[in-house]
Design a protein around this ligand. Structure first.
Ligand SMILES: C[S@@+](CC[C@H](N)C(=O)[O-])C[C@H]1O[C@@H](n2cnc3c(N)ncnc32)[C@H](O)[C@@H]1O
Length: 209
């Protein structure tokens, strides 16, 4: 992983993308909303966008926001196979050996909240071998392997969805909002709303002298 700092940095304190990716995949699902109040160069938003999470990010620095905006607008991502798409359902059925289910029509086609179609591996434990009802004395090695595979649990590799190799994704639409023009609040502005009456402003000036 090589530490928290990124290698090819556009921002001096840029975080390693792999670190953010790991945290994001462990704690969120596709369609979730991710908030990073210290945007910097936008690594969290960049990674969230890649993995189908919605995102909001904030920074006090206009430099950081400009960098993040450019980074996101120039981003090119792999296109992951959506579990809620017709092609995704077909792939899922082929992988699990289950019957292909028709779309219920209740949820929009390609709903991101259904996630992606993930690669998977059999998860074999000693317990599952010991309790395997199909393994009997006198079986050949191949027969035992087949029996183990039949009863093994499946582990989903959530960081390895199937990709559509010929399709590239770009960042979805987003807005950048800022206080414009960048106002300096007067000390007498108790409401922090940028408006100070003439009298209060004079009084504030006098009390500072
Ligand atoms: C360590 S950097 C974040 C780096 C980011 N993870 C990346 O990969 O680029 C921290 C950022 O927080 C911003 N920041 C510091 N204090 C803040 C505050 N009170 N509100 C919002 N942003 C703040 C800084 O301007 C800086 O860009």
């Amino acid at each position: 992983m090589g530490g928290f700092a990124a290698k090819d940095k556009v921002y001096v304190v840029q975080t390693n993308r792999i670190v953010i990716e790991r945290c994001l995949l462990m704690t969120t699902d596709p369609g979730d909303l991710v908030l990073d109040p210290t945007c910097g160069s936008g690594t969290t938003a960049y990674v969230a966008e890649q993995w189908g999470r919605r995102w909001i990010t904030i920074d006090t620095s206009r430099v950081a926001l400009a960098l993040a905006r450019t980074r996101l607008m120039a981003a090119k991502y792999p296109y992951y196979l959506l579990a809620g798409s017709a092609e995704g359902r077909k792939k899922e059925a082929a992988l699990s050996g289950a019957k292909l289910e028709a779309s219920s029509g209740k949820q929009p086609e390609g709903d991101i909240r259904k996630g992606f179609v993930y690669k998977r591996v059999p998860h074999i434990t000693l317990k599952s071998i010991a309790n395997n009802p199909d393994i009997r004395e006198g079986m050949t090695r191949e027969e035992i392997d087949e029996a183990i595979a039949r009863h093994a649990n499946t582990e989903y590799l959530y960081d390895q969805p199937y990709q559509l190799s010929k399709t590239v994704r770009v960042c979805g639409p987003f807005t950048v909002e800022s206080l414009s023009p960048h106002r300096v609040l007067a000390p007498a502005d108790e409401n922090m709303d940028g408006y100070v009456s003439q009298r209060r402003r004079r009084r504030a000036r006098i009390s500072r002298i």
